[in-house]
Design a protein around this ligand. Structure first.
Ligand code: SAM
Length: 200
């Protein structure tokens, strides 16, 4: 199951996950930004991202499920200001190729649905495409991994979830990051904002 959520994210989570982008200001208040969204689904975050973008900014949206294509095209058409360069990729993020790094990456990928090796590769790929000084934002539902581990009877599945948890914790431990709890989402979520340090 690739979607990995019981319902689309709510407005509080969309606001929390786009907070670093919103805090950068809009239009003439800042230099143009390049944004990557991964796992767009029906486009709840896409709409929130577009509210922060101004002419000259660029947005690349990746979504693997073609069933969401029409919905995402409609979101882009309805919410993008003229002059904002939007590209929709109905493709897996593993195939990402970008000539220039992104200032902000916002991911809704359901990390618990992948193998630990895949999670490690995805996080490495995203950090590799982030500009120094840029921010990677993603969210998780707290305790879901632990809860699933208690409920599943299959030992291999338990081992997979434990390994995914180790990869995620190790990643968070190696990077400066801050968390924002979003109790008003269904289910409650935590947004993680990881800063890629500037090169000294
Ligand atoms: C948890 S849903 C989030 C949807 C939406 N952003 C939200 O917050 O409501 C995760 C989305 O990631 C997509 N997805 C899963 N694996 C992917 C991959 N490898 N590359 C791109 N998108 C992927 C799924 O199809 C799904 O739409």
């Amino acid at each position: 199951m690739l979607t990995g959520a019981i319902a689309p994210s709510g407005p509080a989570l969309a606001q929390a996950i786009t907070a670093p982008l919103a805090q950068a200001g809009r239009g003439a208040a800042r230099a143009p930004v390049r944004v990557l969204e991964v796992g767009a689904g029906t486009g709840v975050f896409t709409a929130a991202i577009l509210r922060c973008l101004a002419p000259g900014d660029e947005l690349d949206v990746y979504e693997i499920n073609p069933n969401f294509q029409a919905c995402l095209e409609a979101r882009l058409a309805a919410n993008a200001l003229p002059g904002v360069d939007c590209r929709l990729h109905i493709a897996a993020i593993g195939g990402l190729q970008a000539a220039q790094p992104f200032d902000f990456i916002i991911s809704a990928l359901p990390l618990n649905n992948f193998s630990a090796v895949e999670v490690e590769a995805i996080l490495k790929l995203l950090m590799g495409h982030l500009r120094p000084g840029g921010t990677l934002s993603y969210f998780e539902y707290p305790f879901v991994r632990q809860l699933k581990r208690m409920l599943v009877t299959n030992a291999a599945e338990r081992a997979r979830l434990r390994a995914v948890g180790e990869v995620v914790h190790s990643f968070l431990g190696r990077h400066p990051c801050r968390q924002a709890a979003v109790p008003l989402n269904l289910p409650p979520a935590v947004a993680h904002h990881i800063l890629k340090p500037e090169v000294a």
